[in-house]
Design a protein around this ligand. Structure first.
Ligand SMILES: [Zn+2]
Ligand SMILES: [Zn+2]
Length: 167
């Protein structure tokens, strides 16, 4: 019975084409202006328009003297709204800068070219941004430092002065 109802009216037949087309239009705008206010605006407007249509579905039908197809069309509208919103939200968050050679493991910021091999990310402040480092307390002062293979964890301040001229 469901399949009969699906193609039951011109509105639903039409929506089979219109729904995907509308979704792709919104997604395109989200991707085109990703990480920008414009993309977020397109996403919000795109979902709001569907919600409004669902809200006023009955009113529009009455005004145009269309037959009410019952809750199915509104259910389809709600589903469309959820799908458009979820996929659009993912697309609008796609990083807008090209893939980094050596990305920060937290925010994707390009670390390649920085002087330190495993630096603190200048963008988000993550320590050892290039690759996660096992930390262990310094045996001298107790502050966390990258764990040494031989277990003798020493921070820069506690390292024995290497051949420093005695004052
Ligand atoms: Zn970062
Ligand atoms: Zn120390």
């Amino acid at each position: 019975m469901v399949s009969v109802a699906w193609f039951g009216s011109p509105a639903e037949g039409f929506s089979l084409i219109l729904f995907p087309a509308y979704a792709f239009l919104v997604w395109y705008a989200c991707l085109r202006w990703r990480r920008q206010l414009m993309g977020v605006a397109a996403l919000v407007l795109g979902v709001m328009l569907i919600a409004l249509l669902a809200q006023f579905d009955l009113t529009i039908r009455r005004a145009l003297h269309l037959h009410d197809d019952g809750p199915l069309f509104r259910f389809m509208l709600y589903s469309e709204g959820v799908i458009v919103g979820m996929v659009g939200a993912i697309l609008v968050l796609v990083p807008s800068h090209p893939a980094a050679v050596q990305p920060c493991r937290r925010c994707g910021y390009e670390l390649h070219g920085l002087e330190v091999a495993n630096p603190t990310c200048p963008e988000c402040g993550t320590a050892y941004a290039a690759s996660k480092v096992e930390l262990a307390p310094c045996i001298g002062c107790g502050q966390d430092v990258p764990a040494a293979a031989d277990g003798r964890n020493l921070c820069k301040g506690c390292l024995p002065p290497a051949a420093a001229p005695a004052a």
